[in-house]
Design a protein around this ligand. Structure first.
Ligand SMILES: [Zn+2]
Length: 473
């Protein structure tokens, strides 16, 4: 085994541990499991949905609440089909696909070529990529069976079709699409927002929502899925300010991940070398997932392509009359686009920790406290003492008013700590017999810190002030 293979195996092991913890502890489940599963879709369980909501809340706070120049939007998943013609998705949104003649696996040819170091990407047309594939066919091996016998390359469109609003049998000829990205909903509402909200250029529109892509090979857990959620912000600028605003956005997005609590050594910039013809510049922020550095977010300068296309296809002018200069222009767009699932996976990977405690090993999810699904867990020391249980329940109800809180009286305290460590709960509160004694001798509880495992006695009436200082939300 080479060193690289060894590292890869260790990394896959980490990935497998994260996937297994996610299922065991109720973060993320494979879709439709009791029916044998449904590929490339995942369901978020009780802790997963809390983590996901925290990720979305942080994004919205940074992108909308703390920015006076950015407003929010929630557009429909279904839109006029012409929108996807204008955007280029009907004609050009496709992946290059080949089939293994031996095991009939369907394979993404650009990924196969990438793996052997050949330059290829999904933007190439069928002829171009067939030529490169033919050149390298002998070196490429099927990742499933190891054989080297493939069909030619066909481009396969990623848009998901539906019969919404179409009641004929051949609806597939004239389908309504499930949106392939959320930003088109922003572009087609640009004028509505401009005319109704108190915004002027430069300004941005932000949206969080589901998108759908018929990915051929979905892989790496929630990294690439057919149904996914995007957080996108499109920023409209004058042509002369586009690159200046772009630099500002890049800095802001990098800082966002540091503020979120992601370790900086796990982040890097990747500059796109092959730009689509209209793009000015494109960078991705990559995260060091257990399977290597991969795209987390795209920060792109798109010129006036998006609004020009929609003006052309809709016949409605989308130019802007600048109130300061009287100048008329089609606004240029810079965008920030990131997946909720990818952010969740980055946060999970960053948090996953194995530690030695004495002779034992503990697994602990060291989530930044503001992202932790459960902020505080409350335990009665013993399950069969009604007065301990009643006091613990009362404290649990009080904390729940402000924070996601969990009550647990199952098993011994050590077992409960281990469970809370695995779901990343920053604080555990234990009610014991001292708690029940009247102040000043009693009236306090034990608070245990997830990361240091230190325990301290805190008075019940000071508990909420104690948590307030801990940056839990
Ligand atoms: Zn094969």
């Amino acid at each position: 085994m080479t060193k690289k293979e060894k590292n890869n195996n260790a990394d896959n092991e980490t990935m497998n541990k994260i996937v297994s913890l996610c299922k065991r502890r109720g973060f993320i489940f494979p879709s439709s499991e009791i029916y044998g599963g449904f590929a490339a879709v995942y369901d978020y369980g009780p802790y997963g949905v809390e983590l996901e909501n925290a990720v979305k809340r942080e994004w919205w706070r940074t992108m909308v609440r703390l920015r006076e120049d950015i407003v929010g939007l929630d557009s429909g998943i279904f839109m006029h089909p012409r929108i996807w013609e204008a955007s280029g998705h009907v004609a050009g949104f496709s992946d290059p696909l080949a089939e293994c003649r031996n095991c009939h696996a369907r394979l993404r040819v650009d990924h196969l070529l990438e793996d052997i170091g050949a330059q290829a990407d999904e933007k190439m047309d069928e002829k171009e990529i067939n030529e490169i594939f033919n050149e390298h066919k002998a070196e490429v091996k099927c990742p499933h069976c190891g054989k080297s016998d493939f069909t030619g390359v066909k481009k396969f469109n990623l848009l998901v079709k539906s019969n919404l609003g179409n009641f004929t049998d051949d609806w597939a000829k004239d389908p309504a699409y499930l949106r392939g990205e959320t930003c088109q909903g922003i572009y087609v509402n640009y004028k509505n927002v401009l005319d109704s909200a108190r915004v002027k250029i430069p300004f941005g529109i932000a949206q969080i929502g589901k998108a759908f892509r018929n990915e051929i090979t979905a892989r790496q857990f929630i990294f690439r899925t057919r149904e996914f959620e995007q957080m996108e912000m499109q920023y409209f600028t004058s042509p002369d300010k586009e690159m200046e605003e772009y630099e500002k956005l890049r800095q802001a997005r990098w800082q966002y991940y540091l503020d979120l609590g992601i370790r900086e050594e796990n982040l890097k910039w990747h500059k796109h070398e092959n730009l689509v013809f209209y793009a000015k510049e494109a960078y991705d922020i990559e995260y060091n997932f257990p399977f290597g550095f991969k795209e987390l977010e795209g920060v792109h300068a798109r010129g006036d392509y998006d609004l020009s296309q929609h003006a052309k296809f809709s016949g409605k002018p989308l130019d802007y009359a600048d109130p300061r200069t009287g100048e008329k222009y089609v606004p240029h767009v810079i965008e920030s686009s990131v997946g909720v699932g990818r952010t969740v996976l980055a946060v999970l990977s960053d948090a996953y920790t194995e530690e030695k405690v004495g002779d034992e090993e503990r697994v602990v999810m060291k989530f930044p406290r503001k992202l932790a699904p459960i902020k505080v867990a409350v335990f009665p020391l013993l399950k069969n003492k009604p007065e301990l249980v009643a006091k613990a329940k009362a404290i649990y109800r009080d904390i729940s008013v402000d924070y996601m809180c969990e009550f647990d009286d199952n098993g011994n305290i050590g077992k409960r700590y281990r469970r809370q460590d695995e779901i990343g709960t920053p604080y555990c509160v234990t009610v014991d017999f001292d708690t029940l004694e009247n102040p000043p001798a009693g009236g306090d509880v034990t608070v245990r810190d997830r990361d240091t495992m230190k325990q301290e006695r805190i008075k019940i009436e000071e508990l909420m002030d104690y948590f307030k200082g801990k940056n839990l939300s």
